[in-house]
Design a protein around this ligand. Structure first.
Ligand SMILES: *Cc1c(COP(=O)(O)O)cnc(C)c1O
Length: 396
């Protein structure tokens, strides 16, 4: 295991820089090695590269230390999601946001279609509705075959907050407490917040997952996922899923993700500041109908965000005024920007903009809605770019 874990009193920005480094030795490297080896000399602790790799260990020490648990790295965010969901007994019970990440929804729908689990879709910001759905699901016939105490034996509540792409904020502490009272375990996808802004394990969540493809890696050059838990039984089960599914990441990708984490605090600080400024200006723009960003005092999620998060993050969504053709107007904005890049994904150093309604499974969204993952560029360049593209597209 990697050394270098500092005292718990270290602030998250300090931990992001120092966790997962090799023990300090005169003449030794300050960074972990990229261990490109599929096998190991017989007789030691490591046997085969699908189970074990020192570069994974270093990355896991960093993400685990930031979230406050023990981490397991996977080949992608969705592989981490799948590892958690796969642990549910059959038939499993899942309560999930109607607007959860579309890959997660597709996976759950696929499993539901094959009789492996039942899914209830909820509005996650409505705490009462979520807890009622958990209680109803717990009463439903077809008891899961899991033993009580096994992960998900009573059901699983899948939380994403802020939500994608409407940035609704769920009351995470209330959902965790209420779901546990109903016998549910709770998983939180913390990709949008990063562990710097929100640490769901500290609110009692059973497991946190990340698409480290996004802000943790931060440069749109890696696919990688992580699951983190405080429960030793669950950690062992998640490790075993990785081996059984062959969902191990590449060592080089794990190293790049760790390299990304070193600058996470700076990148989040800058892109969040840019996002806040753009959100304020977009709100006053004649070509914009509505802005979704919990950092705005008027936003319905603002008070909750302030209670449970250290900041509102770097994703801003807005609806353009498109007259009779909002989808076309929004597409014209995405096509008209030059500093921002029209494309999917989020959390990179570069600003990405996308009309989410163009994606399969996202037809429920307002057609004129654009999701903007704000990067670290100069905010005036970003504003001139967006403002110009919106004015051209909406005739304002
Ligand atoms: C991208 C994303 C995922 C899936 O991660 P991949 O690394 O693309 O497999 C899961 N959850 C959220 C919130 C995401 O944004």
């Amino acid at each position: 295991m990697s050394e270098g874990v500092g005292p718990p009193a270290w602030a998250p920005a300090t931990r992001a820089v120092h966790l997962g480094r090799p023990a300090a030795e005169p003449g030794g490297p300050v960074n972990p090695a990229v261990v490109l080896s599929s096998t190991y000399h017989q007789g030691g602790g490591r046997i085969y590269g699908r189970d074990d790799n020192a570069t994974f260990d270093a990355l896991e020490a960093a993400v685990g230390g930031l979230e406050g648990g023990e981490a397991v790295a996977y080949a992608s965010g969705l592989a981490a999601v799948a590892a958690v969901v796969e642990l549910l007994p059959v038939p499993g019970r899942v309560v999930v946001a109607a607007d959860a990440y579309n890959g997660t929804r597709s996976l759950l729908a696929d499993l539901a279609g094959r009789g492996r689990l039942g899914v209830r879709l909820v509005e996650l910001a409505d705490t009462e509705a979520v807890l009622t759905a958990c209680a109803d699901a717990a009463q439903s016939p077809g008891r899961p075959s899991g033993r009580s105490g096994d992960f998900g034996a009573g059901g699983l509540l899948w939380v994403e907050s802020p939500s994608n792409p409407l940035l609704a904020v769920a009351d995470v502490p209330a959902l965790v407490a209420g779901a546990h009272a109903a016998g549910f375990d709770v998983a939180v996808d913390n990709t949008f917040a990063t562990p710097l802004l929100q640490q769901p394990l500290r609110h009692g969540a059973d497991v946190v997952v990340h698409s480290a493809t996004k802000a943790l890696s931060g440069h749109s050059d890696v696919l990688l996922g992580v699951a983190v838990t405080t429960r030793p039984d669950l950690h062992a089960a998640l490790r075993r899923r990785r081996t059984l599914h062959g969902a191990a990441p590449g060592p080089w990708e794990a190293w790049l993700a760790l390299r990304g984490i070193r600058t996470l605090a700076l990148r989040v600080e800058r892109s969040q500041a840019n996002a806040g400024e753009l959100a304020r200006r977009l709100q006053a723009h004649p070509g914009v109908e509505r802005v979704h960003y919990p950092g705005l005092p008027e936003d319905p999620g603002h008070e909750r965000m302030r209670r449970q998060m250290a900041g509102a993050g770097f994703v801003v969504s807005f609806v353009v005024r498109g007259g009779g053709a909002p989808a076309e107007a929004a597409e014209a904005v995405a096509a008209g920007v030059r500093v921002a890049t029209a494309g999917t994904s989020l959390g990179g150093v570069e600003t990405l903009i996308e009309r989410r309604g163009r994606m399969a499974g996202e037809e429920h969204l307002p057609p004129g809605l654009l999701r903007c993952s704000v990067g670290i560029e100069d905010v005036e360049d970003l504003w001139a770019d967006l403002d110009g593209a919106i004015r051209a597209a909406t005739g304002t």
